[in-house]
Design a protein around this ligand. Structure first.
Ligand SMILES: Cc1ncc(C[n+]2csc(CCOP(=O)(O)OP(=O)(O)O)c2C)c(N)n1
Ligand SMILES: [Mg+2]
Length: 707
């Protein structure tokens, strides 16, 4: 429809004159104007995309075009022939609504076709409304939820520093971020600002598109902070510039690149909708309404604006001839620079074969040979303790892991890793532990950035109840299919005395919901494992490490758990968890099957003993470590563990819904449907009926009711 309108547009005399005048202007001053021409071309492409899609965000894209063009044409190092080259500079977008800006810029680089731009935001296109990670086309991260993009950028900068500390200054590439008012306002920016400043991430350079406009108001209606002072207080270098002045942009990027101690924030004052004009030709910029709708739906005039930008309204998706030629040169230069660096790396590899093969292994994502059955587990310990033992083993055997905790390392037991490693510090990234401070969301988003960078495996830890604070970043890990590992301890009301604020009730259900959501590869988007005892925790860790295509949550107990009785080899038996669930106790022709995950499994084993002794019942007990994984197994296998139409009984310390998907029509689940209370865990067990005696009574009642 829109195309038809465009085709029918005939330029009147004044428009043609304006158009020609502008074109002539460009040729008058080649050196200066090629950059203006390129930035205007990006603006024209971006607004054409939004206009054709009849949805999107033109104004911010128009404001950010100058910075992006200068960055990409003169600073960002990458190899156009190998976009996923590990040693490339990376660009992390925070403001996903500026996707049109990125696609337009990357069209000039040849990563998107004209058709891709014309299909912006359409079904099946490679140009979705908000950018979705697509490294081969230059999209380093999925963005949209404001704030997370720059946190991922800092994660990538940490990964680069980590690798650089191990491979003799090979990973000196820069990570660039692009943030807007919304991202700066998001609470996560506090964590990001603090951590980047504290760690002295001089390899992180962020442009702040400061246009004084946001979605529904001007920024002065919501904020009167001094952003420069705020970032300086966190230890950043801050440079204020006119974000449309190319020489100021260059100077700022030069200074940022020369900085050796601090991350840099370049605050660029920009104009929302830069280049927009009214039908009468008057400038119409800086308006809130230019943020999020097609230019034609605002007071600005779309055609006049295109002409003002030097575009031909009859074919506004064209790349200007001069810009095309200029970008061919740019790409040739990038390729040559990358080739030179590749030659240096090849020389280094030849001189350092052992280190080189280690580096290759890190970058390939392949783990060294691990045997988690070798991890010595103490008897009857909490699964967080068991996880600690595994982490100690990993500290010694996996050299490319960054474990982080939000100030709970001695409680979530990631200190098992820390004791054999050391913390990441400013100017010293030899260690492998990130003390994230109390910042769960930041920590989790940083982990996504570490994973996106590649070469390093991220693990993050805190109390399970605080996974609520992590959730938005867990969701982005799931969408991006990132193999981040979450260590979530204190997994039930058995936290005890700390009371309801610290006792997870609905958190497991939330994780199980993520198991039900499929990612774009068609797989379960997250794997949530709640192991039943220490050895099963070792197996769960093995599963987590081998899961390289989705995030994995390990849900672990604070309190000690009685070990599941072993047959011949407990570890071997516990590998049944790799099917999502297996029998930990089995008899021929059982009268009933009891099932649970985590600490409730051992409660059921004790309950089974009571039922067998006192009621002469034959009982099977299953540990279903992951409902999602279990349901992926054959119907026959599932049936062999939890039979259909038979007596089946589930026990969960969380909401009953955790297990209700497994019981068919005939089963019963007992869970907890209220917040917890502050009291010793054993008292809560008693009050809530979570011991073997109470469970066995409930089971008998269910058997009676079923007759
Ligand atoms: C977490 C989150 N909250 C809300 C939004 C919706 N949203 C999209 S852009 C935006 C604010 C836009 O202001 P700014 O960041 O300054 O971008 P500009 O308008 O300058 O392009 C909001 C609230 C979002 N994308 N993410
Ligand atoms: Mg803004």
């Amino acid at each position: 429809m829109f195309l038809c309108v465009l085709k029918n547009i005939k330029l009147n005399y004044t428009q043609r004159v304006n158009y020609l005048e502008k074109t002539i202007n460009y040729t008058n001053n080649m050196n200066k104007t090629i950059d203006n021409l390129a930035a205007d071309n990006i603006r024209a492409l971006a607004i054409s995309m939004v206009e054709k899609a009849n949805s999107g965000h033109p104004g911010g894209a128009m404001g950010g075009a100058d910075f992006l063009h200068i960055l990409y044409s003169e600073y960002l190092n990458f190899d156009p022939t190998e976009m996923d080259w590990a040693f490339r500079d990376r660009f992390f977008m925070d403001a996903g609504h500026l996707s049109a800006l990125m696609y337009a810029q990357y069209h000039l680089l040849g990563n998107y076709t004209k058709k891709d731009l014309q299909n912006f935001r359409q079904w099946g296109s490679v140009t979705p409304g908000h950018p979705e990670v697509d490294v081969l086309r230059g999209i380093e991260n999925t963005s949209g939820p404001l704030g997370q993009g720059h946190a991922m950028g800092v994660g990538a900068a940490i990964a680069a520093k980590f690798l650089d500390a191990r491979f003799e200054s090979l990973f000196t590439h820069k990570i660039y971020g692009f943030i807007t008012d919304g991202g700066v306002q998001e609470e996560i920016s506090q964590g990001v600002g603090r951590i980047a400043g504290h760690l002295g991430l001089n390899n992180f350079i962020m442009f702040y598109d400061s246009n004084d406009v946001q979605l529904s108001s001007m920024t002065d209606e919501v904020s009167s902070e001094d952003t420069t002072m705020k970032y300086e207080a966190w230890g950043w270098k801050v440079i204020n510039i006119d974000g449309h002045d190319h020489d100021q942009i260059r100077k700022a990027l030069d200074d940022a690149n020369a900085e050796t101690e601090k991350p840099t924030l370049i605050i660029g004052k920009t104009i929302m909708g830069k280049g927009c004009v009214l039908a009468n030709g008057d400038i119409y910029e800086g308006e809130c309404e230019l943020h999020g709708k097609p230019i034609g739906d605002t007071k600005a005039d779309f055609t006049k604006t295109l002409i003002n930008l030097g575009a031909n309204p009859e074919s506004s998706f064209d790349v200007y001839t001069d810009v095309q030629a200029y970008y061919s040169e740019v790409l040739a230069k990038k390729t040559a620079t990358a080739a030179a660096k590749k030659a240096t790396i090849a020389t280094w590899k030849a001189a350092n074969p052992a280190l080189a093969s280690k580096m290759e292994m890190f970058l390939s994502g392949v783990l060294p040979d691990l045997d988690l059955s070798q991890v010595v587990q103490k008897a009857n310990v909490a699964t967080r303790e068991a996880s600690s033992a595994v982490l100690g083993y990993l500290a010694e055997n996996v050299e490319n892991m960054i474990v982080s905790s939000a100030d709970l390392s001695n409680s979530d037991k990631t200190d098992g890793f820390l004791k054999k490693s050391s913390i990441l510090e400013k100017n010293n990234f030899k260690g492998g532990f990130l003390q994230a401070g109390v910042a769960e969301l930041t920590m989790t988003a940083i982990a996504n950035g570490i994973a996106l960078h590649g070469g390093v495996i991220p693990v993050v830890a805190t109390f399970f109840v605080f996974s609520d604070y992590m959730k938005p970043a867990i969701r982005l890990a799931a969408i991006q299919e990132l193999p981040v590992k979450y260590v979530l301890t204190h997994d039930s009301f058995r936290v005890g005395e700390d009371g309801p604020t610290h006792q997870p009730i609905e958190q497991e259900a939330q994780m199980r919901l993520m198991e039900k959501v499929k990612n774009h590869s068609g797989h379960q988007s997250l794997l949530a494992l709640r192991p039943a005892d220490a050895i099963e925790t070792s197996v769960a860790w093995d599963m987590a490490l081998k899961n390289t295509t989705t995030p994995t949550a390990l849900i672990l107990s604070r309190q000690n758990i009685k070990d599941i009785p072993a047959g011949t080899s407990r570890y071997q038996e516990a590998t049944g968890a790799k099917k999502g669930g297996y029998l930990v106790k089995s008899v021929v022709n059982p009268d009933i099957t009891l099932f649970a995950n985590g600490s409730e499994v051992s409660t059921l084993i004790e309950a089974a003993a009571i039922l067998e002794k006192e009621n002469n019942l034959k009982v099977n007990v299953a540990s279903i470590i992951s409902e999602g994984l279990f349901k992926q197994q054959s119907a026959k296998y599932q049936e062999s563990i939890i039979p259909k139409g038979k007596l089946v009984f589930g026990l969960t310390a969380g909401l009953p819904v955790n297990l209700e998907g497994l019981i068919g029509d005939s089963g019963k689940v007992i869970g907890l449907s209220h917040f917890g209370y502050s009291a010793p865990a054993s008292v809560l067990d008693q009050k809530f009926g979570f011991n073997a005696e109470s469970a066995s009574k409930e089971i008998l009642k269910y058997i009676q009711e079923s007759k």
